[in-house]
Each structure stands twice: as structure tokens, then as C-alpha cells.
Design a protein around this ligand. Structure first.
Ligand SMILES: *Cc1c(COP(=O)(O)O)cnc(C)c1O
Length: 405
């Protein structure tokens, strides 16, 4: 019943859509919707929303931190963490160069927090070199320099393809941070995927960091929300900052109710998403194509990054995957995201076995077609493809409008 909600968009023409752009597309489960409907609520700015309070308490326990605060998004959680840890002017954070706060949060660190970022080159596994970290820390900054104030790590690492940070590495970062009395923040948007992958409790993943956030709205399926956790002192300050940036919300229990369901029901099942991602990756790897590559060992969680030959435009592959020509034997439209020299697929709870099979059929069909076109030098132009693409998308959107949930 659930799997009808988002993914199965049967049209009269028989086109089915599998949307693998992001796990943020996951929709709330029926159980979440029911919990939201009947949630007891109050004014959370007064600290009087019992559902928010319960979610925060449960999240703190799960993470083994003193307290937690419910916020609107992962971006807001990271910004608040940075503003609390870097509370003097001229502060600097140290981040991987592929870090989400550095690349994808509009430079909020600088724009809003007024904090400078020093970057270290990320390794392929989402870590950075400990020696590079040591070098980046400003030991006795004179008045020319900003003041090192925070180290940020990301787990799982989004741009590195959902890679899980090794626990030993986190311990090393912690030790270096301790030496220099610096706090560590984990952007753990998908840290529950990391816990499931390593088969350890979430509290183990965050043992070596001072603060952590995770998204409820990604693989965990909630409509909105993220959790930020740390010491009581840190969370008290975080609540102040949250209010200042407009994040004080009133009867937020309506959405916190979904968060409670997520903590109870949606964490363990992430392993299905990991299995599904691996199945998609295996299909691509089995092609053994010189043009398309996935590194199977690096598909640890729910993200697959597929690299391609420089003669192939990722936008073309993305558009072709989403397109169904009337003559195509496979009537499936697969959506994904693209960037630089790769495209990305992400699995989540609504992408069931059936949809994984459908997407595999489509992906393999398209990759073989493009491979042949490259070999025969007969690729279509983006413009030639676009018309069929637009038609397919409009068919799907028309159907989308009619679906109830
Ligand atoms: C998605 C994401 C965020 C931001 O979360 P939003 O809830 O979309 O604001 C932060 N960090 C990482 C690693 C993410 O993947």
C-alpha cells in the first residue's frame, strides 16, 4: 500500500517512474501521518509541546548526549552548531573540501555566522588526513590570523557517495581536537545509515564528537526536521540561536510526532535501502562497461555514484534515464541527479524490490544504448533528446497531480 504513494506512477501509456534523485523525496508513512494527526501539542517556544519534548529526549538518549533540540533542517542544525561553537569574531572552522557546510549551504558559515572556513582535501572515503588537520589548526594565532574554533566531519559523506567514516578515524580526530581544546561537530545528516552499516548503536557513531545533527527528513522518511544534540550547555545556547534565526516554532509537535515514529520504526529498516543500492550498483558493475563505472566496495549505504567517460555528458544520461520513447521496450522513467562527471542514485523506503528491478532494467537498457552510440559515434544531441524528455516528464507530472497522497 505504501509503495503506491510516491514511486508507482502508472500512466495510461504504461510509464512507471522510479525517483532516485534523493532520499529527501521519501514521504511520511501512514503510521507517521496517523501519529501527526493525533499528536498532543503546545507552544514549543514556551517549552510546552509534549511531543517535541519527547522527541528531543528520545533523540538525546539514542545519541548518548545530554540533550537534543528539534530544528527545521540539517542546514539549520549545522548553522546553529557553528554559531554556538564559534562565538567570538574572527573564528574559523576546519572542514573537508567536499563538506556539505562548505559546498552546499550557501556559505551560511560566512554569510550568517560570520565564520571563516579552512578546508582540507577530502579523501575518497570522506575522511581527511590527520596530519593535514594538525597543520590546519592555528596553534597560537597572532593578530593576523583567524582563531581555529571547530572541526567538522561528515557522516555518511554525501559527496563521497554515502561513505561511512571509520570509527578509528573519528577517534583520531577527537584526540587531535582534544590536544588543541577544539570541539568537533558531526554533520550526521545520514548518520543513522552509518550506524546501520557498522551495526553499532547510533551513540557509538557520535561518541567522539561534541555535537551532532541528523536529518529526520531523508532516509528516515519524516516530512520535515532535524535533530541537533550535545551537552546541556551547548543545547541551551543552541536554543537561543535557533530563536534568533527564526527557528522558534510553536505547535511543532505535529511534525515531531513523525520524528518519534522515525526513531522507532525507520532506523533498522535502512539496511533494506543499502541492499537496494547495492543491487543497483551491482547491475551497473556487471555490465563491465569501459564507459560507466561504479566502485562496488564504495557503495556502503543508500547512495550510488556512477562515473562516466569524458565523452559522455552526465546530463545526457540523466535525461535519457528519465525519458521513455514510444519505441522503448522498457517503459520506466528513472530520475537521478547529476554533477561534474557522474550521476547519483539514492534509495529510500518507498523504493521497494519491485522498483529496484524496474530501475535496473531501465539503467542497463540506457547504458547499453549510450555505449553503442558512443562506439558508433551516433549520440543524439541534448536538444534532440530534450523533446522526448519533456514529453515523458509531462505525462508523469499529469499523473502525479492525480495521485492522492
Ligand atoms: C542533506 C544534508 C544536509 C542538509 O540537510 P537539509 O535538511 O536538507 O537542510 C546537511 N549535510 C549533509 C551531509 C546532507 O546530506
Amino acid at each position: 500500500m505504501y509503495e503506491k504513494i510516491n514511486v508507482d506512477l502508472m500512466h495510461n501509456s504504461g510509464i512507471r517512474m522510479v525517483d532516485l534523485r534523493s532520499d529527501t523525496l521519501s514521504k511520511p508513512t501512514m503510521e507517521m501521518r496517523e501519529a501527526m494527526y493525533s499528536a498532543p501539542v503546545g507552544d514549543d517556544v514556551y517549552g510546552e509541546d509534549p511531543t517535541v519534548t519527547e522527541l528531543e529526549k528520545r533523540a538525546a538518549v539514542l545519541l548518548g548526549k545530554e540533550e537534543a533540540v528539534f530544528v527545521a533542517s540539517g542546514t539549520m542544525a549545522n548553522l546553529i552548531a557553528i554559531m554556538v561553537h564559534c562565538n567570538q569574531r574572527g573564528s574559523e572552522i576546519i572542514s573537508g573540501d567536499y563538506g556539505h557546510t562548505f559546498k552546499f549551504e550557501q556559505g551560511g558559515t560566512a554569510q550568517i555566522a560570520g565564520v571563516h572556513t579552512a578546508v582540507i582535501k577530502n579523501n575518497e572515503d570522506g575522511t581527511f588526513n590527520i596530519e593535514d588537520l594538525r597543520k590546519k589548526i592555528r596553534k597560537n594565532p597572532d593578530f593576523h590570523e583567524p582563531i581555529s574554533s571547530l572541526i567538522i566531519v561528515e557522516n555518511t559523506h554525501n559527496l563521497c557517495g554515502g561513505k561511512v567514516l571509520p570509527l578509528e578515524w573519528l577517534e583520531k580526530v577527537h584526540n587531535v581536537a582534544q590536544e588543541h581544546k577544539l570541539p568537533v561537530h558531526m554533520d550526521g545528516a545520514r548518520m543513522m545509515n552509518a550506524a546501520v552499516y557498522l551495526d553499532v548503536p547510533p551513540s557509538r557513531i557520535v561518541k567522539d564528537v561534541d555535537s551532532v545533527c541528523f536529518c529526520l527528513s531523508k532516509g528516515l522518511g519524516c516530512p520535515v526536521g532535524a535533530i541537533l544534540a550535545g551537552s546541556s550547555e551547548f543545547i541551551a545556547k543552541a536554543r537561543r540561536v535557533r530563536k534568533a534565526i527564526g527557528g522558534g516554532w510553536r505547535q511543532a509537535g505535529i511534525i515531531a510526532a513523525a520524528g518519534i515514529v522515525a526513531l522507532d520504526k525507520m532506523i533498522d529498516r535502512l539496511k533494506e535501502d543499502h541492499i537496494h543500492a547495492y543491487q543497483i550498483a551491482k547491475g551497473i558493475a556487471a555490465l563491465n562497461s569501459p564507459y560507466f563505472k561504479v566502485v562496488l566496495e564504495s557503495v556502503q549505504t543508500n547512495i550510488i555514484i556512477m562515473y562516466m567517460d569524458s565523452r559522455i555528458n552526465p546530463k545526457y544520461v540523466q535525461m535519457r534515464l528519465a525519458t521513455v520513447y514510444p519505441t522503448d521496450p522498457v517503459k520506466v522513467s528513472v530520475r537521478c541527479s547529476s554533477r561534474d562527471d557522474w550521476i547519483r542514485f539514492v534509495t529510500f523506503w518507498e523504493v521497494s524490490d519491485k522498483y529496484v528491478k524496474l530501475s535496473n532494467e531501465k539503467i542497463l537498457f540506457v547504458l547499453k544504448e549510450i555505449q553503442k552510440q558512443v562506439e558508433e559515434n551516433s549520440q543524439l544531441t541534448l536538444r534532440e533528446l530534450r523533446e522526448a524528455y519533456v514529453k515523458t516528464v509531462s505525462i508523469i507530472e499529469a499523473k502525479n497531480k492525480k495521485s492522492k497522497l
